[in-house]
Write a protein that binds this ligand. Structure first.
Ligand code: EPU
Length: 426
């Protein structure tokens, strides 16, 4: 089983080019189902989750042609409207084919994702929204079965802010009859990126990036070329790593405007940060100061950055209180960080992290994607050798992380194979 071997205690110095955003690429790949014409995507990250999404689209009959740094998809010969359990169980984001399939083909059968490592994560809001647009939905043999001759525009108020829920409903609405208003919409930059891709395909969407998205349905979409936005979570992960180890790192091909909450926290921790249109330079020449942080929907602090900030706090000066408000079980890295000598007490959705002067390397186990990233950061600061096991979690969402880190001075290498993912947290 694949592991990362890390010799900690070295500052990071150099430049890393950030990859395309996983959580923007996944919905945009699914948007290809909305048109019979070709969708040519660039800046698509080379990740396990992207492979799973392509496998799913291939199963539905979408034509897939790899290009340099991208992929061209053409859904002119779709042969199936069923997303099978085997694929959905390895990646929850597979639910993103539901909206496009019902919108364009009038029916979809998508397996319910089932349990998840970081929280319950039901998809009731996706279903409620589609029902409001006139779809008849039943659960049959573990599958969501949705039918609608043509979806109808309506006003939808989601019970909570949901990223993929907003994306699914926005994709369903672009081909609906009339105007759909999504209230309490997610404002994440990835939602905006999807909206831009849809607009490039001929959709009419206002308000993406606000909590009220208005979609004016059109009869059909056309082909387009689109470059996926940079990954703000990958970028934030590298920045946390340097804040924890010390050193100086320049990130290129980033979108600093999408990262305010992370950059503010890192400045509070004592990092010097300079940003330009598409680069971020972070210098840290002191021990970080512990920060308090509460995860929240965008523009609040991303839950996907919580474990990484916790790793930085673990070696910081002072005590930081971290509150996780999005997922009910996203502290599984706490016990593993304790194995490295971190002083963390977690109760309910709050973790109190008392910074220690040094961590000491040990064998630890990754439990989900972002937990793995937090453990890698902790390993980069820990004295001696850290072995991070089950890094298939990491491969789902980070493109060659160990190579990128090694290129800026980390002693990190992959040992053993990389078996397919068995959990589904994306
Ligand atoms: N929720 C419901 N019902 C729904 C939908 C959501 O109760 O129908 C709840 C969830 O259980 C959760 C909260 O609403 O408590 C927010 O979940 P959301 O739907 O926003 O999460 P998601 O769309 O399933 C995406 C990302 C996650 C990221 C979250 C939060 C993708 C593919 N996944 O998940 O990314 O953590 O938003 O920002 O975009 C990751 O990349 O590691 C990852 C897990």
């Amino acid at each position: 089983m694949g592991k990362l071997k890390i010799e900690g205690g070295r500052p990071l110095r150099g430049e890393i080019a950030v990859s395309g955003a996983k959580n923007a690429a996944l919905p945009i790949l699914c948007a290809s189902l909305l048109s019979a014409d070709a969708l040519a995507l660039s800046n698509v990250p080379d990740l396990h989750d992207v492979e799973t999404a392509l496998r799913l689209l291939g199963t539905l009959g979408v034509g897939i042609r790899r290009t340099e740094g991208g992929v061209t998809l053409q859904a002119s010969g779709v042969t199936s409207v069923e997303a099978p359990y085997d694929l959905v169980k390895t990646m929850r984001a597979s639910i993103l084919v539901l909206g496009p399939l019902v919108a364009r083909f009038g029916e979809a059968r998508v397996s319910l994702p089932g349990g998840c490592a970081i929280g319950q994560r039901p998809v009731d809001q996706h279903i409620k929204g589609l029902q409001a647009m006139g779809a008849s939905i039943s659960i049959e043999h573990g599958y969501v079965v949705a039918k609608a001759p043509r979806l109808k525009g309506t006003r939808i108020v989601t019970d909570m802010v949901t990223v993929t829920g907003t994306e699914n409903l926005m994709m369903a609405a672009v081909l609906a009859d009339g105007e759909t208003v999504i209230e309490n919409a997610a404002r994440e930059p990835e939602v905006v990126d999807l909206a831009r891709a849809l607009v490039a395909m001929g959709a009419r969407i206002d308000g993406a990036g606000t909590d009220r998205i208005v979609v004016h349905g059109v009869a059909q979409l056309h082909g387009a070329e689109y470059a996926v936005m940079p990954d703000r979570i990958e970028a934030g992960t590298f920045l946390c790593a340097v804040a924890a180890t010390g050193g100086e790192l320049t990130l290129t091909r980033v979108m600093p405007d999408s990262m305010d909450a992370t950059l503010d926290k890192l400045r509070e921790a004592g990092a010097q940060i300079e940003t330009g249109a598409d680069f971020i330079r972070l210098s840290m020449f002191r021990r970080p100061k512990a920060v308090n942080m509460r995860t929240a929907p965008y523009p609040g602090f991303a839950t996907d950055m919580q474990a990484q900030i916790m790793a930085m706090n673990a070696v910081a000066e002072g005590t930081g209180v971290i509150t996780e408000t999005i997922f009910e079980n996203r502290f599984m890295h706490v016990l593993e960080m304790q194995r490295l000598g971190a002083d963390i007490t977690a109760e309910g959705n709050t973790a109190v992290v008392r910074g220690v002067e040094r961590l000491s390397g040990a064998a630890v186990m990754a439990t989900d994607l972002r937990a793995s990233a937090g453990l890698v950061i902790a390993g980069l600061v820990a004295e001696g050798e850290t072995l991070v096991d089950r890094i298939y979690h990491l491969d789902r969402g980070y493109e060659r992380m160990e190579r990128k880190l090694a290129s800026v001075g980390a002693r990190i290498e992959r040992v053993g194979g990389t078996p397919a993912a068995t959990a589904s947290e994306s």
